[in-house]
Design a protein around this ligand. Structure first.
Ligand code: GLU
Length: 346
């Protein structure tokens, strides 16, 4: 799953979107793209590039796109090779533009249905299915929010999506299930991203969307819906130190992270351990109650976290004498698991 950035403002937003994508580069990706609504011709314009965000920036320097509403994406291919054609945003006709993080599991049956209804697919992605589905729902629903509500009710899998509509260019509609999305709250402008880091340049106030939330983002208003009703979510402040995405003097992000380990471990343990023991409140007030009942530990993780989980397994077995199992999250999801009572999940 990779990166999403979106903006609705009174100023031109292409530079904000590109900076947002750059700030998400630490995650790794294979292509990038953005779509902007241009007031002059009242149309959505899209630009994509395989490879680095710098390629996209270069293309926009040669032939700029301007707009006050826009969406952008860095893609980590799951369906279809990394290529300009498969890069996001994906369009349905000239009206809907959409970016997506995640995987749609019923994309084949939806694709067959949409093809039968006359939609033509230009990419191999599961994402393009959502763009056409929103477009199809839009015809019945009459407005973008209702169309997205209808469309996501038919999706199986994981998604964070951000949609723009040429007929309603003053806002974005976003939805999440299984992939994170966070609203960046500005003054007379608002933003969306898959990660607070992407928006550290424009705001320090965030609303974390919850599973199943759908939101409408305008310059002067944010409306959040859950299960068909409007809901309120708290605005939280994130300190700018936590949003530092600079590589510093390091050649790349992994090297920086390796060198940061001792400080990060110190910061994490600080206030949680005394000279000889772990402080009781270190894991929260209910920890003792929970730990007393634990008979085994099950760690579910991906990539580097999976490696960390493997190390933890050795420690838990050796030091705590606690049985521990470690699974790769992407495989785990498809297994028919057996969970013994007293299992602690990490
Ligand atoms: N499944 C989508 C694709 O392959 C989205 C991948 C992502 O999360 O970047 O295009």
């Amino acid at each position: 799953m990779c990166g999403i950035v979106g903006a609705v403002a009174q100023r031109e937003v292409s530079a904000i979107l590109l900076e947002g994508l750059k700030r998400l580069e630490y995650r790794g990706y294979d292509s990038a793209g953005l779509a902007l609504y241009t007031q002059e011709d009242q149309a959505i314009h899209c630009r994509k590039a395989k490879g680095k965000v710098a390629e996209l920036t270069g293309s926009l320097e040669l032939s700029p796109l301007r707009g006050t509403t826009g969406i952008a994406h860095t893609r980590w291919a799951t369906h279809g090779e990394p290529s300009e054609r498969n890069a996001h945003p994906h369009l349905s006709g000239t009206e809907i533009a959409l970016v997506h993080n995640g995987i749609i599991e019923n994309h084949e049956s939806l694709r067959a249905e949409l093809e039968q209804n006359g939609y033509r697919f230009l990419s191999e992605t599961d994402t393009e299915v959502i763009a056409h589905l929103v477009h199809q729902c839009r015809t019945d629903a009459g407005d973008l929010l209702s169309a997205v509500e209808q469309a996501v009710s038919r999706l199986q899998g994981a998604y964070g999506i951000c949609v723009m509509d040429v007929l309603e260019p003053d806002h974005l509609v976003v939805a999440r299930s299984g992939s994170p999305l966070v609203i960046g709250v500005g003054i007379g402008e608002n933003f969306i991203a898959s990660d607070t880091l992407a928006l550290g340049q424009v705001t320090d106030r965030f609303i974390y969307l919850e599973e199943g939330d759908i939101a409408v983002i305008r310059t002067d208003a944010i409306r959040i819906r859950h299960g068909g009703v409007d809901v309120q979510r708290a605005v939280r402040r994130v300190s700018s130190e936590l949003m530092d995405v600079n590589k510093g003097d390091y050649g790349h992000f992994m090297l920086k992270e390796i060198h940061e380990q001792s400080r990060v471990i110190e910061d994490t343990l600080n206030g949680r351990i005394s000279a000889q023991q772990v402080l009781e409140e270190a894991f929260g007030v209910k920890a003792r109650d929970i730990f007393d009942r634990v008979t085994s530990v099950h760690i579910v993780a991906c990539g580097t976290s999976h490696h960390a989980g493997m190390v933890t397994k050795y420690w838990l077995e050796n030091i705590a004498r606690m049985p521990c199992q470690v699974d790769i999250a992407s495989d785990y999801r498809y297994r028919n698991i057996i969970v013994q009572p007293g299992t602690l999940f990490v």
